[in-house]
Design a protein. Sequence first.
Length: 447
Amino acid sequence: MSLPPDDIAPFAARRQRLMERMRADGGGIAILATAPEAVRNRDAEYPYRHDSDFFYLTGFTEPGAWLVLIAGASDRAVLFCRPRHVEHEMWEGRRFGPEAAAAYFGFDDAHPIDALDELIPALMLDHPTLYAPLAGDKRTDGRLHRWLAAAREASRGGHAPPARQQDIRPLLAGMRLIKDATEIAAMRRAAKISAGAHVRAMRVARAGMREYEIEAELLYEFRRHGAQSVAYNSIVAAGANACVLHYPAGEATLRDGDLVLVDAGCEVDSYASDITRTFPVNGRYSGPQRALYDLTVAAQEAAAHATAPGRGFNDGHEAALRVLAQGMLDLKLLKGSLDGVLESGDYSRFYMHRTGHWLGLDVHDVGDYRQTGPAQGAERPWRKLETGMMLTIEPGIYVRPADDVPEAYWNIGIRTEDDALVTDEGCELITRGVPVQASEIEALMRE
């Protein structure tokens, strides 16, 4: 049995907020399953990770569980989970069981999962709308289809099955965009642990090491400080490998004079962190490396200044882009004018991704990047940032060899990424426990 959250009150509050939204739309029943266990090979399974939406509403981390929320004249939260089983618990660990789960996590009722097919069709009756992750996966879709069919059969007794179906994921995505105090605390802890791991990587790195050795140092630091998992597979890219955006840590050797790009973050209490730093293997940036590195840091600073309540999500990207494009012109990577380069998109040759993404229970977290509602012109406006949102700020520059590119910059890939909490005054970069300025990184590596 996974350790339960210390405080289950935030989960009950989120369930209540969701049911209030359902009730405001006429009421209904919401049905949500956690993630299934996945077989890695033969009888070995992947480490289990619960569904993020399910955890957000329950705090319950066991597999094989379903949540039912009923919003109507009286709200109800019902859990279906695995029953206690002496033999299974001997092999797999202790389970809560329905009775203990209901008491601990604050559900109005709980049942064993074997009762799903018997109880769900009846629970559906006389609720106008079914909220569920529609077209999510075949397993869930198939069961919802059977339960609806059974509810329609039962309606002959004078009860009505749900007449409308609505995807629950957009509702939850909107809620998850604004982090509460419990979520922010978990993300601060993840940020602190991940920052420490990046510091460790800088301190131990030396020529002759392999990329996977740096990855091992990161993983060690994550786990020894209590992180339950990585938030994503770590990127450790030495030399030219840094020009491959999603390069996994491999067997390449760190060479004297090269840079190494490390993009890694841990997960604490199901919440992700996401940090990238690029540092010199020998502890000192060369002139061309320093020029591109300082440019990337300047772009990140411009994006951070543009990240504040009321600003559009894309404002940070546009601010970073202007700095990067001007730098590319100054360093002779591009020719022309700033406006011309921005309009033509020529910069995308060296900077081909956006400057950030939402962060939370998923490293690329849920939530629309544009405002909901009808488009104004060709596209919907970018979503306005609000206090409590969490996003990354991660500009980069990646220079591959080409005849029209100065050779001094060939095979240099740089990215600088921090996690930004939107505050009333602007934003706070919560991952600055690891240095970002080139001089600070060089000083740390000299220690």
